[in-house]
Structure formats: C-alpha cells, structure tokens
Design a protein around this ligand. Structure first.
Ligand code: DX5
Ligand code: ZN
Length: 228
C-alpha cells in the first residue's frame, strides 16, 4: 500500500479554539496540518497568516505544516512563513511573475516547495520545474472556500500528474484539495493521489456527533484508502 498522508484543512476548524482543534485532529490520526492562506485578492476570501502558523508551533504542534498560499504576489510572504515554522509552502503559478524563482526562494528558506493547479490550469509548466518541486497540489474545487463539491475532471488530471511524477523518478508528493470525503477518497487514491486535504469532511464530522472527536472520520478514510 502506498504511503498515504491525511492533511486536515484547518479552514473548517473552530478558529476560536484553533490550538485545541489541531491537537485533536492530530491525536485522531491525521498526518499533516493543511494551512490555507487567502488574501482577498488572488481569491475572494481572507484567512490566516504567518502569525497563526507561528502560534501553532509555539502551542507545541510538531507535525508538518502544509502552507497553501492563495495570495498574490507570493515572494514577499515566503520568508515569513519559513520563519513561522512552515514545512511545505505551495503557491499557484498564476500568482507569481517568476515561478522558478519563487520555488527557489522556498527551498533557500529551508522548506519543501510545491505548485498548485486550479481546475482549469494545465500542468504544462511542470515540465520545466519537475526537478525542483517536492509536491504537486491539484485543486478539485476553485480555491477560496471550504465545503464545495469535488470536480470530477480532477481525476483525469491526477492520472496525468501521476504519470509525470513516475516518469521523473523523483520523490514528489501528489496532493489533492477540495471536496475530499470518505465516499470518494478511494477513487482519488486510485487516480494517483497520495496526500489528501479534507476540511469540512473532517472538522464537520465532530459537530454532527456527540463524540466530539475526529477519530472515526479519519479511521473511515484510512480504511477506504486501504482498499485502493
Ligand atoms: C479551498 C482550500 C481547501 C479547503 C478544502 O480553497 O484550499 O483546503 O479548505 O475544504 P473542503 O475539504 O471542505 O473542500
Ligand atoms: Zn488548501
């Protein structure tokens, strides 16, 4: 079985108790904290910045933090997130004037780097930077909000990206973001993803039950992944 990583998006967490929410989701078996940064410019929403990332580190979070930048421009904010404790920093190629330079900047700051592709953005650009990326993130919704439905064409693109990664022979993660649920995670894995962002599916789960924990939804995702 492939080594699958589950990355809850804290966009759907209770921000008034963020430290507790992150502790709880990691204790429930999540692998990575997915951290959505929105600027009300590149995307029509505004979320969290480096201060919150740093606050999570100070709170004691040692898991990898996967910073998904939905901001334009990107370069100015990269060193701030590196200092704040980001593990991965990814950005959308449309948001950077110099994609190769932004990738290098992330690496120079000691983080792993990746590119994010919107549903209608082609993967062509990857051909020229395959030797630099540690992570490829495919959006299966248009970025900006949690709780949207998975766009099925992302499965076709996942297969395409999986082929490119395998042909490169490099160790590159293939992450999917948007509308991932227990009932579709298996086919997403079968299309080639090995890192799964899920916001509303995970943080919404506890609100619906008395258990107030995320164990069961993460366990259900893992058992679906085990069948892939
Ligand atoms: C959307 C964000 C996602 C979002 C996913 O722009 O990048 O990470 O939180 O939320 P769900 O899993 O609810 O679709
Ligand atoms: Zn995201």
């Amino acid at each position: 079985m492939a080594d699958f990583l589950i990355a809850p998006s804290i966009l759907s967490a209770d921000f008034a108790r963020l430290g507790e929410e992150v502790d709880k989701v990691l204790k429930s078996g999540a692998d990575v904290v997915h951290f959505d940064v929105m600027d009300n410019h590149y995307v029509p929403n505004l979320t969290i910045g480096p201060l919150i990332c740093e606050a999570l580190r100070k709170h004691g979070v040692t898991a990898d933090i996967d910073v998904h930048l939905m901001v334009k421009p990107v370069d100015r904010i990269i060193p701030d997130f590196a200092r704040a404790g980001a593990t991965y920093i990814t950005f959308h190629p449309e948001a950077s004037e110099h994609v190769d330079r932004s990738l290098q900047l992330i690496k120079e700051q000691g983080c792993k780097c990746g590119l994010v592709f919107n549903p209608a953005t082609p993967l062509d650009i990857l051909e020229y930077v395959m030797d630099k990326v540690d992570l490829i993130l495919l959006m299966s919704v248009n970025p900006g909000f949690g709780g949207q439905s998975f766009i099925p064409s992302a499965l076709v693109k996942l297969r395409q990206a999986r082929k490119m990664i395998d042909n490169s022979g490099r160790d590159i993660r293939l992450e999917i973001d948007g509308g991932v649920k227990v009932n579709n995670i298996r086919e997403i894995a079968e299309a080639g993803a090995d890192m799964f962002v899920a916001g509303s599916a995970i943080f919404g789960a506890a609100k619906d039950s008395d258990a107030n924990t995320y164990d069961s939804v993460i366990a259900d995702m893992r058992s679906e992944l085990a069948k892939a």
